[in-house]
Design a protein around this ligand. Structure first.
Ligand code: ARG
Length: 572
């Protein structure tokens, strides 16, 4: 929390008499994972050079100079770290009053509205179904968007659709040949992808088909009206399908400019690279050499056509000009790591260094089914719309069995079913593969979305029973010192970290930090509620203080879920 970090930073600053920036000290203050290392810690390693001493000596020296006060209760020097312990009364009072004051804005930041951050995510290839990998991408990218938004940035979201390339020449060929045989109206993506698979197989033994496909795409590139109309139709039916999923997830994009958008913007890229003398011939193709160990980045193939990478380079140029971004974050699966390394390097010839340095590729692991790897070839591909429906139906069954009295059961089933899926994707760190198991995902206990949502629902019901109304509360009337049980203090300390958690999740592109934090809050809340009576306590002062703690926990859970893109029911 800012207040504690500020005062820790100043106390370190005052203890050092050499030139060190207060801000630099502030930025390096950490929240230790292990409580044994205090509430905050400051590593002295970076001071070693400036102060010409060892980190251990520096830590000892600073430690001896810092005076404890009513905020900092204790400081220890351990192996080059300074560990700070905040006084319990202070942390409780300042955290809870801040939450009561800021409500759903607690933990969030403002003031960066003129800094642009691009999050490019989802980006499926049109005319193909949306699979579980796309769902992970979409849910993850949306969480990044919301994290940066919570930190006050102006965030632009781009769905860089895979809507251009030679494959559309082939698809057009197949479509014209077989359209009558498929039920395109009812399930266009399935039909189009089946047509595509069929014609690709045929093209392997039939050079004429390949030739036609090449011609089709050439015509498309040149703006042939007939073919463009067809292409537009493919794009439209695809987007209709994707939008159904985006709507359920409550996701919209600032821009749907995909690869096709850059069709007329690649010549400039080629010109710039050529003028800079970095475009070289290689086996008939035009390439740009990149760092050793990596294959060169192909810009033009030997037949003169542009490729995926060329369009991405045009996109970088366009985005730098249009959005003046501080960061442009790309979310894709790990298969594209090399591609992004290559184009980010070539980007240095196209845009200013500040833009090139702002390019970030974030990749995530695979999704496996319990039965093995997900694969189109094996035919056991799972459609996201089916999974979402299954999750919602299953959630409905569970609440029906619990026979809770719920007005809009469809709405709540959707909140739980979709929330469970989203949470399941976000709780694992991004690099990990996920083994998808719907039953596990929808459990009401353990590290699941429903478990966290359920904690919020319990909190609501406790506050209702207590007739607690936040609008009638003045923090001056609350005696925070009364909260001194271990479970109360631990819960508040965790709530106080919310802003740090948001920052670290955003900076490390790791929404799982926030997801796991919420599970921890839910667990600490349940420990607190088991040990500390809230409703049946005689002491009115104690009841009020505990209700404020319950309320504050609800705020953090609800906001935290919201940042992850998860809706929370009031009842379940
Ligand atoms: N359409 C690509 C795919 O499905 C992902 C696009 C990623 N973004 C980019 N700018 N290349 O694999």
């Amino acid at each position: 929390m800012d207040e504690f970090k500020n005062s820790i930073a100043s106390s370190i600053f005052n203890a050092i008499d050499k030139e060190v920036e207060l801000n630099d000290i502030y930025d390096k203050i950490e929240v230790p994972k292990d409580k044994k290392n205090g509430d905050f810690a400051y590593p002295c390693f970076n001071l070693a050079k400036i102060l010409k001493n060892s980190p251990v000596n520096i830590a000892n020296e600073i430690c001896s100079k810092i005076k404890t006060d009513n905020l900092i209760e204790k400081v220890e020097a351990v192996n080059g770290f300074l560990n700070f312990y905040i006084s319990k009364d202070n942390i409780i009072e300042s955290t809870l009053s801040e939450i009561v004051m800021k409500k759903e804005n607690y933990g969030k930041e403002t003031g960066r509205e003129n800094i642009n951050i691009i999050v490019e995510y989802s980006s499926p290839n049109i005319a193909k179904p949306f699979h579980l990998g796309h769902l992970r991408n979409t849910v993850f990218g949306n969480a990044l968007y919301r994290l940066y938004k919570a930190l006050g940035y102006n965030v632009i979201t781009i769905n860089h659709l895979g809507d251009w390339g030679r494959q559309f020449g082939l698809l057009i060929e197949g479509y014209n040949k077989y359209k009558e045989e498929y039920d395109i109206k009812n399930d266009p993506l399935k039909a189009l992808s089946q047509i595509y698979t069929r014609i690709s197989k045929e093209a392997k033994d039939d050079e004429q088909i390949m030739e036609n496909a090449r011609n089709n795409f050439k015509k498309l590139e040149q703006g042939d009206e007939e073919l463009l109309k067809l292409w537009k139709y493919f794009r439209e039916v695809s987007l209709n399908e994707y939008n159904r999923i985006y709507n359920i997830l409550n996701i919209d994009f600032s821009s749907y400019n995909g690869e096709a958008f850059y069709n007329d913007k690649m010549n400039e890229v080629i010109d710039i690279l050529d003028k800079k003398g970095v475009l070289v011939d290689s086996q008939g193709a035009k390439v740009v050499e990149v760092a050793s160990g990596m294959p060169p980045c192909i810009i033009l193939k030997s037949n003169g056509s542009t490729i995926y990478a060329t369009r991405d380079l045009a996109a970088i140029l366009y985005r730098a000009r249009t959005y003046d971004f501080e960061k442009c974050i790309y979310v894709t699966a790990t298969e594209q790591i090399l591609h992004f390394k290559q184009i980010f390097e070539v980007a240095k010839y196209l845009v200013d260094e500040k833009y090139q340095k702002g390019l970030v590729h974030v990749s995530y692991g695979m999704i496996r089914l319990k039965t093995g790897k997900m694969s189109t070839r094996e035919g056991n591909i799972i459609y996201v719309k089916d999974i979402i429906n299954d999750a919602i139906n299953k959630a409905k069954k569970i609440i029906e069995e619990k026979s809770v009295n719920i007005d809009d059961i469809d709405k709540v089933s959707k909140q739980i079913g979709v929330g469970a899926l989203v949470f399941n994707y976000l709780k694992s760190s991004k690099s990990k593969d996920i083994i998808f198991d719907l039953d596990e995902t929808l459990r009401f206990d353990g590290e699941t979305g429903p478990y966290v949502q359920y904690t919020y629902v319990r909190i609501n019901s406790i506050l209702n029973k207590a007739k607690f109304d936040i609008n009638n509360i003045s923090t001056n009337d609350v005696n925070f010192k009364i909260l001194d049980k271990k479970q109360e203090v631990e819960l508040v300390k965790e709530l106080s970290k919310f802003n740090d958690i948001i920052n670290s999740a955003a900076n490390e592109y790791e929404p799982s930090t926030l997801a796991r934090y919420l599970v921890n809050i839910a667990t600490l809340f349940s420990r607190f509620y088991n040990e500390c009576n809230v409703l049946a306590v005689d002491d009115e002062k104690l009841k009020l203080a505990r209700c404020v703690l319950v309320y504050a926990t609800g705020i953090v859970i609800k906001s935290g879920l919201d940042i992850l893109g998860i809706d929370c029911p009031d009842k379940m």
